[in-house]
Write a protein that binds this ligand. Structure first.
Ligand code: GBH
Length: 533
């Protein structure tokens, strides 16, 4: 009786106060939140080697899988290549100038493996490539910008693909040698490292359906699992190499960057949709995060579903490889923070496969769709759903013990050459506001944010048709001039303010004293109700 009364009392206050600090309302209904980010919050922007550098055969650089892929017809939408791209190989000063003007504290870029080791091994170390990254890192340090360096952003030396690529376990050793060389050569100045960028995309888009290099698509139920297995071990070994040989002197931190969409239940009130959403999250983010950030092994639901389907297909073993007990111990906890790339959201329902064809895509018994009201972008897969980022950050907090987290990519595309990119300003404003809410209202341990990308660049299979830049690049001009878009000005101001200043006009929605008073009142009542119950 008394508890029933307390519940109705609580409900009345929920209704009275609407979406307030202590009320769990739907993220999408939560109004814009004006506040600052915590002191020391890290602001960054990112690029990757193949997408910007060009100089594809300079300084004895070896061929990599993206050179091979783009030089072979017809994988790229506009038949373009990264041969010149933004010509960043010759434009260090220009790029650093853009970064200085933005006022970022950090710059995330990647090292091209085949620039450092032409065939991917110690036998072919190239001083020209090492020299390029030394000059870039020194220019950044001089400008007071901290480098955040990704070792592998998809451009595998072709010679290593020729022996089977990530499906060959020998790559664990080769990657470790490459990582060690980078720590040795650059670690005196680089204090933030990422082993892999988005291993999911490497194994699924590259080796599952083949839209990315090396373009393998004949075994979508096997190759991705096998390659992921090698990548997870490679990551773990490189982490241990840093931990054992470099951490005490270089005092940096190292992790991996995983990409994840938010895969929410289509009907949030349906238990079946919620279970499907959970499966989809575990099959995408959990595939890599569960071993590294949780227990050294794949998520239970993956092990179970893939084993069942493998048996159904008449196999004696699961298509999902197993880690040995000592491998699990070696993998578990190989992170110093959580690196996260995020762009978009899908709605998930259950769907069982109709055939017995082995395919990662149907192993999870889930189907995705989008809400028709969601705004589109220049990429067909990218729907603008700002609250999805907050939902995802909370899912990570709840599943992996609220690790320190850096958002290492977030951004939006268009197909315009316009500098008036208002839609991108809105995108950043709303996504970053959801990061702020995740920190301040939900207690997520987010330490930094990175905008993708510093400038328009080679967008993989889409070539130069999809643009993600804060800066416009004229790819028809051999000098590749860069120009700030409106979004660059917006990001610059946001960094300067370290958050969102409340609008001054009286009519604008604010988070003022009235809100604070109601929050306090609400807190008191909640405590009272809890006490009574
Ligand atoms: C990131 O991937 C990458 O890290 C970055 O290099 C890239 O430029 C940026 O996002 C923008 O895309 O259309 O079927 O070929 C984000 C994940 C992976 C999403 C590839 C789009 C294309 C699938 N992306 N995917 S398809």
């Amino acid at each position: 009786m008394r508890s029933k009364m307390s519940i109705s009392l609580t409900l009345v206050f929920f209704a009275f106060l609407g979406c307030r600090t202590l009320v769990r309302c739907a993220y999408q209904d939560d109004p814009f939140y004006y506040d600052k980010f915590p002191d020391g919050f890290l602001w960054s922007t990112a690029t990757s080697s193949y997408q910007i550098e060009g100089g594809w055969n300079s300084s004895e650089k070896g061929e990599n899988i993206w050179d091979r892929f783009t030089h072979t017809c017809c994988h790229i939408e506009d038949n373009s290549t990264g041969d010149v791209a933004c010509d960043s190989y010759n434009k260090i000063q220009d790029d650093v100038q853009l970064l200085k003007s933005l006022g970022v504290s950090h710059y995330r870029f990647s090292i091209s493996w085949s620039r450092i080791m032409a065939d991917g091994t110690n036998a072919t170390i190239k001083s020209g490539g090492i020299d390029y990254y030394n000059r870039l890192i020194n220019a950044l340090k001089k400008a007071n910008i901290e480098p955040m360096v990704t070792l592998y952003h998809w451009d595998l030396p072709q010679a290593l693909q020729d022996i089977g690529g990530w499906e060959n376990e020998l790559l664990v050793g080769y990657f470790n040698e490459y990582a060690r060389t980078c720590f040795k050569r650059f670690g005196d100045r680089v204090k933030l490292w990422l082993t892999f960028n988005e291993p999911f995309v490497v194994v699924w888009v590259g080796l599952g359906f083949g839209a990315h290099a090396p373009g393998i698509s004949d075994r979508p139920g096997e190759a991705p699992y096998k390659a992921a297995h090698t990548i997870i071990k490679s990551h773990a070994e490189a982490w241990h190499t840093y931990d054992n040989e470099f951490r005490s002197t270089q005092k940096g931190r190292i992790s991996i960057t995983l990409d994840s969409d938010w895969k929410g239940p289509k009907d949030p009130n349906s238990a079946d949709d919620k279970a499907a959403s959970e499966r989809a999250m575990q099959f995408k983010l959990g595939w890599f995060a569960n071993p590294i950030f949780k227990n050294g092994d794949y998520p239970d639901v993956m092990k179970e579903l893939i084993a069942n389907k493998s048996a159904e297909e008449g196999r004696s073993t699961s298509r999902l490889p197993e880690f040995t007990e000592s491998e699990k111990l070696r993998i578990k906890g190989t992170f110093d923070f959580f690196g996260l790339n995020h762009y978009t959201t899908q709605l998930i329902t259950t769907q069982y496969r109709s055939d017995k064809k082995p395919n990662y895509g149907s192993d999870m018994d889930a189907k995705e769709s989008q809400d028709p009201s969601w705004q589109r972008a220049g990429s067909s897969w990218l729907y603008v759903v700002p609250w999805g980022l907050r939902a995802l950050l909370n899912w990570i907090k709840d599943n992996y013990g609220n690790p320190e987290l850096y958002i290492t990519e977030n951004g939006v595309s268009d197909r315009n050459a316009s500098l008036q990119d208002d839609h991108r300003v809105e995108f950043y404003r709303n996504y970053i506001n959801n990061v702020l809410k995740a920190i301040k209202k939900d207690g997520c341990n987010v330490k930094g944010y990175t905008a993708w990308s510093l400038m328009d660049n080679f967008e993989w299979a889409a070539g130069y048709t999809e643009k993600f830049g804060l800066h416009y690049v004229d790819f028809s001009d051999p000098a590749r001039p860069r120009k700030a878009k409106k979004s660059a000005e917006f990001y610059k101001q946001l960094i300067k303010d370290n958050g969102f200043n409340a609008p001054t006009s009286a009519s604008a929605p604010t988070v003022g004293p009235r809100h604070r008073a109601s929050s306090v009142l609400f807190m008191v009542v909640t405590l009272l109700v809890k006490f009574l119950m």
